[in-house]
Unconditional design. Structure first.
Length: 184
């Protein structure tokens, strides 16, 4: 498949997925900073996000990779109040194999309300319509909430990669879930 770009804005029932804007760097950093301890349990980038400039650099990197069709990263916004809640991204894209991976996180105040599941389902619909055949979700074996999202959204557990990565100085397992086009 020839690489294509994804829409910069995608609507779900209660959420909007929107390509990051540089003007959001300060608020994105503020939210991450307020939830740093919880997010840092499973997300290695949190410790490197020390200021607004780091957030701005991240947004610029996502724009460059978007232009190169190597990654598509979205903010998750609640429609009610246009409130930023977290991110979901499409990465590890293999255009030749019609395969990609989803990664996501949400601020603690929005956890457990179905927003991440809605974001996953909203984005996967666009990805399958675009021509992807396989979508993966990989997460820490210790991140029960992330794996619960994958299972709730109908992703099949395929593998546990034992002691696959280092997280906060300790070896941890990686869980791999996937959904195929015909399983949606």
């Amino acid at each position: 498949m020839t690489p294509v770009s994804l829409p910069e804005e995608i609507q779900g029932p209660r959420i909007t997925l929107r390509k990051h804007a540089l003007s959001q760097a300060a608020s994105m950093f503020q939210y991450v900073d307020q939830d740093r301890e919880r997010l840092g349990q499973f997300l290695p980038w949190v410790k490197f996000t020390k200021g607004i400039d780091d957030e701005r650099d991240y947004i610029e990197m996502t724009h460059n990779q978007w232009d190169e069709r190597r990654m598509f990263d979205y903010g998750i916004f609640r429609k009610e109040g246009n409130l930023y809640m977290g991110n979901i991204g499409v990465h590890t894209i293999s255009w030749d194999n019609l395969r990609c991976e989803l990664g996501y996180w949400i601020l603690g105040g929005f956890e457990g309300q179905g927003y991440v599941s809605e974001a996953v389902q909203t984005l996967e619909n666009v990805l399958f319509k675009t021509g992807f055949y396989r979508i993966e979700i990989q997460c820490s074996g210790l991140n029960k909430k992330s794996s619960a999202v994958a299972e709730r959204c109908g992703y099949k557990f395929e593998a546990r990669l034992r002691e696959h990565a280092v997280e906060n100085g300790l070896r941890r397992d990686t869980l791999i879930y996937a959904k195929l086009l015909h399983e949606r």
